[in-house]
Structures are given as C-alpha cells and as structure tokens.
Ligand binder design. Sequence first.
Ligand SMILES: [Cu+2]
Length: 118
Amino acid sequence: MRRSSLIGVTALLLVLATGAAQAHAFLDHAEPRVGNKVASPPHEVTLWFTQKLEPAFSSVTVTNAAGQRVDSGKARVSGNQMSVSLRPGGTGTYHVNWKVLSVDTHTTNGNFTFQVGQ
Ligand SMILES: [Cu+2]
C-alpha cells in the first residue's frame, strides 16, 4: 500500500515536471517590433508565439494614440503566428493587446506598444 502510493506520487511529480517544462504560448516577437518606432502607420500587426495557437480562442486588438480601435477585429492565425489588419490611425503610441489559447490548452495574454512617426 505504502509502496504503491509512493509510485503514484512519483508519477504525478513526473507529469507536473513535464508540464512545467512545456512553455505556454508567450510572445516571441512581433512586427512592428515591440517598443520600436516605425515611420508610417503599418497595414497590419503580426505576432509570433512560442507555441502553436488555437485560432478560435486567440485574438488581438490594437488601439492608436487616441485610444481608438484600429484593428479589423478579425485575427488570422496560422501555426504560431497571428496577424490582424489595421486601418490608418495616425501617429503616436499604438497599444497591442493579445490573448491566446495555445495547443497545450493554456491561455496567456499580454500587451506591448510601438510608436508611429514622430
Ligand atoms: Cu502551457
């Protein structure tokens, strides 16, 4: 009895250790680059993640310096990549907010900014 419960605990720890070793979907890099400055308003924002995404549960919004939504609302997901089209939103600081469900069923979210013009 004691031996079997010890084996059970060991198996559980192995599962937890394996799960912890798998990173969730974190932002790897983006275009425009995080914190970077671009000369003119980009036509789209693309984000690359550390894991493949579930398209139905992954989204991104982009607001301009005035706080207005400039994204099309419909993110395109392919593998570990997510893009959204933008309409022109002028110069200043753009905020990107993303939320994704990775194929390991974990949800992560984050945000970053980039500068347009100026
Ligand atoms: Cu995960």
